[in-house]
Design a protein around this ligand. Sequence first.
Ligand SMILES: Nc1ncnc2c1ncn2[C@@H]1O[C@H](COP(=O)(O)OP(=O)(O)O)[C@@H](O)[C@H]1O
Ligand SMILES: [Mg+2]
Length: 342
Amino acid sequence: MIRLANMTKRFSGHAAVDDVSLTVPEGGFLVLLGPSGCGKSTMLRMLAGLDQPSSGRIEMGGRLVADGSALSLPPERRNAWLVFQSYALWPHMTVAGNVDWPLKVARHPDRAARVEEALAMMGIADLAGRTLSEISGGQQQRVALARMIAQRPKVMLFDEPLSNLDATLRVEMRHEIARLHKATGATAVYVTHDQIEAMTLATHVAVLNKGRVEQFAPPQALLDSPASAFVARFVGTPPANLIPIRAGAWFRRLPDPQLPQIDGHAMLRAEDLALKGPGPRALKAQLMGSIPMMGQRLLTLQVEGTRVTAIAPPAVPLTETMLVTLPDTASVIFDTEGYRLP
Ligand SMILES: Nc1ncnc2c1ncn2[C@@H]1O[C@H](COP(=O)(O)OP(=O)(O)O)[C@@H](O)[C@H]1O
Ligand SMILES: [Mg+2]
C-alpha cells in the first residue's frame, strides 16, 4: 500500500509537486500521467528515496518512509526499485553481470538462482553471456526489468521506461510490464505522458497539472466523468470536443440546449456527433482534414471557428461542407475555470 499525504516539493520557492494526497492499495498499479514538467519524475524520486519532500508524508507498506524534512529512509531501505528510460546498465558488463550487480553489492546469498529466474522470466536466458553492446535496445530494456525482478521489490517504480523504444516494441514491452506486475504482485507506480500506456496499465491514474492532482480515478472514470477540461483534453482518443457555451455562442442557437448561463464549455465526444441529413440540431461545418481510423475516418471540422472532431463511417461521403448533428444534451459541462459542474 502507498499513501501520500500532502506531499509537496519546492525548488527555490516554486512548488514542483504541490500538496498531493492519494492512496493506492497493495498490488495496485498507479500511473502518474501528465505533460512534461508537471512534476511526475519529482514525485517518483521522492517515492524512491532519491529526493526528500519539502513537506508531507509518504507511507509504503504500512511504514512511514518520509515525513517532510524530519525523516527520509534511504532508497535501499524502502524495498522499492526504480527503472528509468535510460536503463542505467553497465555497457561493458554481461547481461547476467548487470542483473547480478545490485545483488552482489547487497551481498545477497542466493544470487545465481535469482539472476537465472529473472532472466528466464524476461525471456533472455540465452543472452546471459553477451555484453550490453551486443544486444538490441528492446533486449536492454528486458535486462533493466530483469535486474528489477531479481531484487523482488514490493514497489516497482517506472519513469517513462518505454519512451526510447519504437512503436512496435513499446506495445510489446507494455504487455511485459503488465505481466510482470501480475506475476510479482508488487505495487507499481508508473510515470508517463502517454495516455494509452496509462489506460492499459493502470488500476488508478493521477492526472497531474503543474504539480497538482487534477483527478485521481480509475482509467475508465477519466473518460466517463473527467473532473476538468484539462483531463478531458488530455485523456481520450481523439481528445474530447470542448464547445463554448457563452452567451451568443453557436451552440446556444440549437433548440433545447438546457445549458447553464455561464461562460464555460460543453464536452462532446467525437462519437456523440452524427453526420447525417438536415435536422433541428444539425449545423453546417467545413471539413478541415480526415485521417483513417479503424475502418472509419476521423474528421476535423470547423463550425463557426470552433474545431470539432467527428467520426465518419465508410458510407458517409466527404465533402467540403458537411452537416454535423449535435446530441440532445451535453452531460458534462465545465465552468469558466474549467472544472466540471456537478
Ligand atoms: N533539481 C531540480 N531543481 C530545480 N527545479 C527542478 C529540479 N527538478 C525538477 N525541477 C522542476 O520541477 C518541475 C517538475 O519537473 P519534473 O518532475 O522533472 O517533471 P516531469 O517529470 O513531469 O516532466 C519542472 O518545472 C522542473 O524544471
Ligand atoms: Mg520526467
